[in-house]
Design a protein around this ligand. Structure first.
Ligand SMILES: *Cc1c(COP(=O)(O)O)cnc(C)c1O
Length: 493
């Protein structure tokens, strides 16, 4: 019997009728993509979409086919000209990386190769584990540690906080749930902690109140004495202090908690020590600044974010856990349809045993290719470069009477605002918001805003391998121009 019969045309497939046509279109897309990146600096960082572009996305479900070239033309016309802007050299909003071309090729090849990283015995699975091993090495974790690539930092933090809960619960929380815990758990973090931790403790069934926000010092770092006092108070009140979350690079102002001190507190108090290193864990590879995150290697778990300072195309986060068995014991389940076999495709370890997803994308490839191409030392230098640029901007602000620094600059985040003589806090907020919006609308630069210790400010976060110092010089000049224009004309002042 012929078990590989010749293909017939009786069945449908998604493959093209003629691969040669696909080749021509694909080459065009690739050429356009290269031109797009080459020219990125000359385009506005962001622009509003015209009404017809908005309307385009209201089109109904397509029922019949269209040529792939037409489909691409739709994308070229309606999507590519209106990006978020984070690939642009003057994008400094919130906190995100700026992607890279090799990583984009990696994403493409991952999709072509199509492997599911739930696990199995194939090359992509080995590469996934290799990239996790590289991440461990970057932050100084032992080879015996475990880890998993996830969608981003929020998921990476959930992984760490879940292992912490299960280890500290005092019952078999997987079997019996949080209701069976003898004492309610308490987690601690600074009042600058990222909002994903709130979502995490809520999703873990601990509740938002289980996350105590500890006051910060003048440098916006967690106040260690206040932390100790809160732990003592909670023990007294019948809670079980379970976990301290240190932040290596806060999202507001880039503060780095004293990780060594936190490691000692955790050891003394028998707490799980988790580090949210979504911004700053990778400073560990930056030759000039790595001492800022000393102590990170003592954590029980770390969340980091390759789609930030490694510039992996979205999405890529990574959770690391020092004790691999604690990690595995938190998530591993073997349903009957996923039992391992001694040989073949289903032999070896299932990667889905280290997190919540079953099917997983081949995220490792885009990270792997960019790391191989450039080497980790270059990524470390780029981190140092962004930190030096933030210091440059800080000096410009300090030298400019019309501008005011609002928080100390520790790493690559600068919080500041434009002054306005005699204005109330409310007016200052409106004035600075207007400057920020005009910078976006005129396509000059994308900044975001925040409130630091009760005061509104603008915020420049430079996690961008395309930014140059003259981009920051331009920012200051344009802010001063807009400040003059708005102060002279706007009724809101
Ligand atoms: C970005 C960030 C997160 C969340 O990471 P995502 O990749 O956006 O999910 C968590 N913590 C900190 C400190 C961050 O900067």
């Amino acid at each position: 019997m012929d078990i590989f019969p010749e293909a017939t045309n009786a069945e449908e497939t998604l493959d093209p009728p003629d691969w040669a046509d696909v080749g021509a279109l694909s080459h065009r897309i690739l050429d356009d993509a290269i031109a797009y990146l080459e020219d990125v600096r000359n385009r506005p960082v962001w622009r509003e979409m015209p009404a017809e572009v908005r309307a385009f996305f209201g089109a109904p479900l397509p029922r019949s086919p269209a040529p792939a070239a037409d489909v691409y033309d739709d994308v070229a016309r309606n999507v590519m000209p209106y990006p978020m802007g984070n690939i642009h050299p003057r994008f400094w909003s919130w906190y995100m990386g700026s992607s890279n071309f090799t990583g984009a090729l990696g994403d493409f090849l991952a999709a072509i190769q199509g492997s599911n990283l739930g696990g199995g015995n194939h090359a992509a699975a080995l590469m996934d584990s290799q990239v996790v091993n590289w991440m461990k090495e970057m932050v100084g974790f032992p080879v015996s540690a475990s880890g998993t690539l996830v969608s981003g930092g929020s998921m990476a933090n959930i992984i760490g906080l879940t292992v912490a809960r299960n280890v500290k619960a005092g019952v078999d929380v997987r079997e019996r749930g949080v209701g069976a815990m003898p004492k309610p758990l308490r987690y601690y973090a600074s009042d600058q902690v990222h909002s994903c931790h709130r979502k995490a403790v809520e999703a873990l069934g601990l509740g938002n109140q289980a996350l105590r926000r500890i006051q910060t010092d003048a440098g916006l770092r967690i106040d260690i004495a206040a932390l100790k006092a809160a732990i003592a108070e909670d023990r007294e009140a019948g809670f079980r202090p379970a976990c301290v979350i240190g932040t290596a690079g806060t999202v507001n102002a880039g503060a780095v908690d004293d990780l060594r001190a936190l490691a000692s507190v955790a050891a003394e108090e028998d707490l799980w020590f988790h580090v949210d290193g979504c911004i700053g864990a990778l400073i560990a590879i930056a030759p000039k600044n790595r001492s800022l995150v000393a102590g990170i290697e003592q954590a029980d778990s770390i969340a980091l974010d390759p789609h930030k300072w490694l510039h992996a195309p979205f999405e890529a986060g990574c959770a690391l856990v020092r004790d691999a068995s604690q990690h595995r014991n938190t998530f591993a389940v073997t349903p009957e349809y996923l039992e391992s076999t001694p040989r073949g495709l289903a032999s070896g370890e299932w990667l889905h045993d280290y997190g919540l997803q079953t099917s997983r994308g081949f995220r490792a490839l885009k990270i792997w290719m960019a790391l191989k191409e450039h080497g980790v030392e270059k990524f470390g230098r780029l981190i140092d470069q962004n930190i030096a640029q933030a210091r440059h901007l800080t000096r410009l602000i300090e030298a400019e009477p019309a501008l005011e620094l609002m928080a100390p600059t520790t790493i690559n985040i600068v919080s500041f605002r434009h002054r306005l003589d005699g204005a109330s806090e409310e007016k200052l907020k409106a004035f600075n918001t207007e400057i920020m919006l005009r910078l976006q609308e005129e396509g000059i630069a994308a900044l975001s805003d925040t409130t630091v210790q009760g005061r509104h400010c603008l915020r420049v976060a430079i996690a961008n391998h395309r930014t140059r110092r003259d981009d920051l010089d331009l920012l200051v000049a344009e802010m001063l121009r807009l400040g003059r224009e708005i102060a002279a004309t706007a009724t809101l002042m």
